[in-house]
Design a protein. Structure first.
Length: 364
């Protein structure tokens, strides 16, 4: 099994194209064609993690946070990033990061938080635009069903909780094949008119290559007439944060106490406890203060995230409770998510969860 087999699988779940523009997800160190002996999963990649990989025989580290965010002009070991990189290269250990692309999918990092606190009716808090494309193509009526099914099988036609979505309308197609052509139907050097079906299907933009490849492989025409459109709609399954409902509403102080236990955090910084009970809950693993306004607008009773600055707590304005549970604490279950994904698909090598707590923040 090669490194690329593992990364391709992870990217089929969390495509690199949906990561934020500041991010550096993907293969950071290593060769895609190297064989994988074993995998070590961690939240952060540090010198200590690389040492753990060496000691456990792992030659691929999968981390949530990229060890390299900015370009390195020199690699001489002057800081922990450079020392980690040097150590990994010396021992031929590949490092892969799956960061905001895993944050931005509905079943990703935030889902683990929502799952642990028992949220229902879960939706993306701030869906992303420019994630959808529409394909419109034309084909003989008798080939329409087969073509649609071939595209459905590779991920076209999914809208929210619905699959195999398309729209068709019938019409007349005209064409005049030249002497050099080999038409599927019709005669050369003659204007032909055929009964055709126009089919429109939506798909996620990261699947464009496989969608077009499938269309060309299955379409009977020598020259295929099709159009691609950029769709400005929001994608309900891709975006930042999640929002959902508790099974039963709870007193705010009791919910905060259970939150501390459920998310295994030693400290919850929060704004004033309000008199209204907690029912609608917004969550965002990692730094999520940019989503506070969205959480308020949608009517969340509490927003669970991390890395709020002092003055940002005032923005709650007694209309919502902000609960800052800590960056590491909000993402600690990401390791379990990655582990579950990989162990379902790969059985020929060991997949290990790091035993090292990489949280740089300590509590008294």
């Amino acid at each position: 099994m090669k490194v690329k087999d593992v990364t391709n699988y992870l990217e089929s779940f969390a495509p690199l194209s949906i990561q934020e523009n500041y991010d550096n997800s993907g293969l950071i160190l290593g060769d895609y064609n190297n064989d994988v002996s074993a995998i070590l999963i961690t939240l952060d990649c540090t010198e200590e993690i690389v040492e753990e990989a060496i000691n456990t025989g792992c030659n691929l580290i999968i981390a949530h946070h990229p060890i390299i965010f900015k370009g390195l002009k020199k690699i001489n070991g002057k800081n922990y990033v450079e020392r980690t990189v040097i150590k990994a290269i010396k021992h031929d250990i590949a490092i892969y990061a799956i960061h905001t692309n895993l944050d931005n999918i509905k079943a990703g990092v935030n889902y683990k938080i929502a799952e642990r606190i028992g949220l229902k009716n879960i939706k993306v808090l701030l869906p992303k635009k420019d994630q959808l494309r529409q394909l419109v193509f034309y084909c003989p009526k008798k080939n329409a069903k087969k073509l649609k099914n071939s595209l459905f099988q590779v991920g076209a036609g999914n809208i929210g909780d619905y699959e195999n979505c398309s729209f068709s309308f019938k019409g007349k197609g005209t064409f005049k094949p030249s002497n050099k052509s080999n038409p599927f139907i019709g005669e050369t050097n003659k204007i032909n008119e055929e009964d055709e079906e126009a089919i429109a299907i939506i798909f996620p933009k990261h699947k464009e290559d496989i969608i077009i490849k499938t269309l060309k492989l299955n379409h009977p025409y020598e020259e295929i007439a099709y159009q691609l459109y950029i769709i400005d709609n929001y994608d309900a399954d891709i975006g930042a944060g999640l929002i959902g409902d508790l099974e039963e509403e709870q007193q705010a102080n009791l919910f905060l106490k259970s939150l501390k236990k459920d998310l295994n955090t030693k400290c919850v910084r929060h704004t004033s406890i309000l008199s209204k009970k907690i029912k609608k809950v917004a969550v965002c693993g990692g730094s999520g203060s940019f989503l506070l306004a969205q959480a308020k607008m949608i009517g969340a009773d509490i927003f669970i995230s991390s890395d709020f600055k002092y003055h940002e707590f005032f923005d709650a304005e007694e209309s919502i409770i902000i609960a800052d549970i800590g960056h590491y604490e909000s993402e600690q279950f990401t390791k379990d998510l990655i582990y579950d994904l990989l162990t379902k698909n790969f059985t020929t090598f060991a997949i290990r969860l790091s035993q090292i707590n990489t949280n740089p923040i300590k509590y008294i």
